[in-house]
Design a binder for this molecule. Structure first.
Ligand SMILES: Nc1ncnc2c1ncn2[C@@H]1O[C@H](COP(=O)(O)OP(=O)(O)OP(=O)(O)O)[C@@H](O)[C@H]1O
Ligand SMILES: [Mg+2]
Length: 360
């Protein structure tokens, strides 16, 4: 295997391992009566990658993931897991392949009559592994998720975050090729969500685990996904590296999904905007090279006027600078067009939000 990867020209061993496709979906279709829930979706997930899937309610995200773990039968298309086609297999042939796919759920789905340790070991029991091996593996996984002291506890005595940690440990028991997560943090409070995401990212890095996750929370995507795919009405409308899609959303659906995390002008300032005035208030969306250069000082030395930062800042997503600056620009008559052209030329997206008298 290693030799095969090394033979891929121009790739470091790590990149080569990453380029290995774990899941490949080709033109997948699933309809319910008149509803085409999944309407021709093709995507690949590479080894060690975290792929986020977002979309409005009813877009077809869960149906897609349910086709992948064999809970739903597609009407058309193909699904390959580690190069083996799972579509069209009978229940008996599907069983061992299903174990290559781990899944975590919004409501954890733990068995309340079994201890934490037994819950984690369950997939191995179904595989017919000996008891000693099951307990050893469950112990290691509980250690990994930080719950070694809860092995003998019952799920009812755990917090939501602890239950989800057990869910993660159980999903990893059979060493799956990919971990699927459908809204696995949406029943948790923000702080617990952050700790679960940090755990998933940690496991992703430590074990090179491939993760496909569906979420309504853009913060989840921002903090742990490498790539994001946006689905609407059963089709892919946009996809790419997270920083790029977040910095330049192309579709209306994506823009609206990102609305909650898109920086806005503070309300008291927005309320003072007028259709005309001395000073224009600009919204600058910048990323990559545009966010690295001294854009405002370049502007000030090139165009006569007074420029000031009103609000905003630059964040980093996957080490790429992505940000929004709200800038006040007081120029001579007609100067704003030159400012916009200057900024556009340097890769900033500019919107005139309105005008203020001066110095608000
Ligand atoms: N078992 C089913 N029977 C009939 N219709 C279904 C079934 N499952 C899903 N659908 C329909 O398929 C479409 C896609 O549903 P799906 O659950 O995949 O959406 P989703 O993107 O996961 O939404 P949400 O974000 O609300 O979870 C919806 O119109 C839904 O009503
Ligand atoms: Mg869903």
């Amino acid at each position: 295997m290693t030799q095969h990867f090394a033979a891929i020209e121009g790739l470091s061993p790590l990149d080569a391992a990453r380029s290995e496709t774990v899941v490949r979906i080709v033109d997948l279709k699933r309809r319910f009566g008149q509803t085409p829930a999944v309407d021709g979706i093709s995507l690949t997930v590479r080894k060690g990658e975290v792929l986020g899937i977002i979309g409005r309610s009813g877009a077809g995200k869960s149906t897609l993931i349910r086709c992948l773990n064999g809970l739903e039968r597609p009407d058309g298309g193909q699904i390959f897991v580690e190069g083996r086609e799972i579509t069209g297999l009978g229940e008996r042939e599907l069983q061992p392949l299903r174990r290559r796919i781990g899944m975590i759920f919004q409501h954890f789905n733990l068995l309340s009559a079994k201890t934490v340790e037994e819950n984690v070991a369950l997939p191995l029991k179904l595989e017919g592994r000996p008891n000693a091996e099951r307990l050893k593996r469950a112990g290691e996984l509980l250690e990994l998720v930080g719950l070694a002291d809860k092995a003998k506890a019952y799920p009812a005595s755990l917090s939501g975050g602890q239950k989800q940690r057990v869910g993660i440990a159980r999903a990893l028991a059979a060493r799956p090729a990919v971990l699927l997560s459908d809204e696995a943090t949406s029943a948790l409070d923000p702080e617990t969500t952050r700790s679960i995401l940090a755990l998933l990212k940690d496991i992703n890095r430590k074990l090179g685990l491939t993760i496909l996750l569906i979420t309504h929370e853009m913060e989840v995507i921002r903090s742990i996904a490498d790539r994001v795919t946006v689905i609407d009405a059963g089709r892919i409308v946009e996809e790419g590296p997270v920083w790029s899609v977040f910095a330049h959303p192309k579709s209306e659906v994506t823009r609206s999904l990102l609305g909650s995390i898109r920086p806005q002008l503070p309300e008291q300032l927005a309320a003072r905007l007028r259709p005309s005035g001395r000073e224009a208030v600009l919204r600058l969306d910048i990323s990559g090279e545009a966010a690295r250069r001294p854009l405002l000082s370049e502007l000030a030395t090139s165009i006569p006027g007074r420029f000031r930062l009103i609000h905003g800042g630059i964040d980093h997503i996957q080490d790429e600078p992505v940000g929004t600056l709200f800038v006040g620009a007081a120029t001579e008559t007609g100067g704003i067009a030159a400012v916009i052209e200057f900024l556009n030329h340097r890769g900033a997206r500019v919107e005139v939000l309105g005008y203020v008298a001066d110095n608000v």
